[in-house]
Structure formats: C-alpha cells, structure tokens
Write a protein of this length. Structure first.
Length: 82
C-alpha cells in the first residue's frame, strides 16, 4: 500500500523517502489533499511500462483482425447533429 505524504513533508524528508522507495515502497505525494505524484522503485516502473506496452500490442493485434465497416458518405451536419 502507498505511503502518503504532503509535498512539504516530502521536501523536508526527501532522503528518507528515497530510502523507503529503494526498499520497495511506493510513496504518494499530495498537494492540497490531491495526489500529484507517485514515487515508485525504478524496476517496478519498468515492469509496469513493459506490461502496458504488451497490452497495447495485444489490443492492436486484435483490432487489426476486426473487419472495417463502411458507413458510406456523411455530411458535417449529420455528424454534428445541430
């Protein structure tokens, strides 16, 4: 589970946060109660990026096999019902 810290606390204790992240923790940084950043271990981010790329590749492969549907000509007014 994420540890949550305010931006000002993250600024004051950045070295400690980095040690925690090196240990495998994820830290969410908030500003005015909203999460604005997430500090994650570098290897975890690389794994997540690879997973996203694989999911996109699989989706594009499935989409390429779907038939193209010709809906015929249309006018701008038909497209943007006025």
């Amino acid at each position: 589970m994420d540890q949550t810290v305010t931006a000002s606390a993250a600024n004051r204790h950045f070295s400690e946060l980095l040690r925690q992240v090196e240990g495998g923790e994820t830290v969410a940084v908030t500003r005015h109660g909203k999460v604005v950043a997430r500090i994650v271990p570098a290897d975890q981010e690389a794994d997540a990026r690879k997973a996203r790329e694989a999911a996109l590749k699989a989706y594009l492969a499935r989409a390429a096999q779907r038939p193209v549907i010709d809906i015929g000509p249309w006018t701008r007014d038909e497209l943007y019902e006025r």
